[in-house]
Design a protein around this ligand. Structure first.
Ligand SMILES: *Cc1c(COP(=O)(O)O)cnc(C)c1O
Length: 357
């Protein structure tokens, strides 16, 4: 089966081989306090930094999931108030986590499928962190990172955190304007779930020290604890060792393939999918504003409902996603991640053209 689902998603082609190699090298049994572990921790950090063009002075931390990254970044960098741009389920989750942590956070919310008029958002002066979701996986809206940078330029003293879960590694983040970005690996990295990756600068770490004097910043996964161990190429707890190992290998592979080439291919495949859906009257693209249409998650309404088409493409070997939440039976969502080849996209399109539903 080919999985064009948006998370978990299909594995990258050689991930099974890399897992086999890892097992042969006893990666799952070696101590996380050993030199061997420290070596591949450091190798993974370097490969992540190259792939995401992360400045040397940023830190890479390994957590359990992207959801955990949301919780930790708020818990550690916000004593009272964060501000969130909410346009779907994941950006909403980020905001709700802040509330659940007892913060008096505010949001700018627009309906599912829409973008923001960033200029008109009123961000309270006492906001400590502004939170964005680059690619709303629930709706297929990808915001323009230039809008994020403009807001940072206007609010240089506020921290900026960006969820890049379903746009990584396609996203091209300029870290001069972003203090924290995070992702998990079961989407565009094409790996098994169970690892969250947080990229943070010293401003976040310094803020955690200040917050720590007023409220709890948590225990083993506080930024301070993660930082202390990362300096030794270690983690506070026994981590997902296999995940950290695989991530290094996958990033190295993407680095040698070339991130620009990978981005161009993503654009090309997205174009094919959007052209297909636009030209077939049985479908109607959910995101009306072309500029907001995600390159990595393509969402279409299916006029007669999503289940028949999902069933029929499954019979031909493709698993595609349903709509999110209340759109489950109305929409389909397709992951256009790097592990999905141009041939896969062509084949899926010709299957959809050929079936009746
Ligand atoms: C999937 C997803 C998450 C949550 O990731 P987990 O690894 O399940 O915690 C967060 N944000 C976005 C945009 C996502 O697509």
């Amino acid at each position: 089966m080919k999985y064009l689902t948006v998370g978990p998603s299909g594995l990258r082609k050689n991930v099974p081989m890399l897992i086999k190699e890892a097992l042969e090298n006893d990666v799952c049994s070696i101590s996380h306090r050993s030199k061997d572990f420290e070596n591949f921790f450091s190798r993974t950090v370097s490969a992540v930094k190259i792939l995401f063009n992360v400045p040397e002075n940023y830190h890479i931390f390994f957590l359990g999931s992207a959801t955990e990254c949301m919780e930790r970044i708020i818990e550690n960098c916000v004593s009272k108030r964060s501000f969130h741009f909410v346009n779907g389920a994941f950006s909403k989750r980020f905001f709700e986590i802040a509330l659940e942590l007892g913060k008096d956070s505010k949001k700018c919310e627009v309906p599912f499928g829409e973008g923001f008029s960033f200029d008109s958002a009123t961000i309270p002066d006492d906001t400590e962190m502004i939170c964005f979701t680059h690619n709303e996986t629930s709706t297929g809206v990808m915001i323009d990172l230039n809008d994020v940078y403009s807001i940072k330029k206007k609010n240089p003293e506020k921290l900026v955190a960006v969820d890049i879960v379903s746009s990584a590694p396609y996203c091209d983040v300029d870290f001069s304007y972003v203090d924290c970005a995070f992702f998990s690996v079961q989407k565009g990295m094409g790996m098994p779930a169970g690892l969250g990756v947080m990229i943070v600068n010293d401003k976040c770490i310094d803020k955690a020290k200040v917050v720590n004097e007023k409220v709890s910043i948590g225990s083993y996964h506080s930024l301070l604890s993660l930082q202390k161990k990362a300096l030794k190429n270690q983690t506070p707890e026994t981590p997902n060792v296999l995940g950290i190992y695989l991530l290094g290998k996958v990033c190295e592979e993407m680095n040698s393939y070339g991130i620009d080439r990978l981005r161009e291919e993503t654009d090309e495949k997205a174009k094919m999918l959007y052209e297909f859906f636009s030209g077939d009257s049985r479908f109607s693209l959910f995101v009306k504003d072309e500029k907001l249409r995600s390159k990595t998650v393509v969402v279409s309404e299916v006029l007669k409902g999503s289940f028949p088409v999902i069933e029929k493409v499954k019979e031909k070997g493709f698993v595609i996603g349903t709509g999110y939440g209340k759109f489950k039976e109305k929409q389909i969502r397709l992951a256009n991640f790097p592990q999905v080849s141009k041939d896969d996209v062509e084949e899926l399109i010709s299957i959809m053209e050929g079936i009746e539903f």
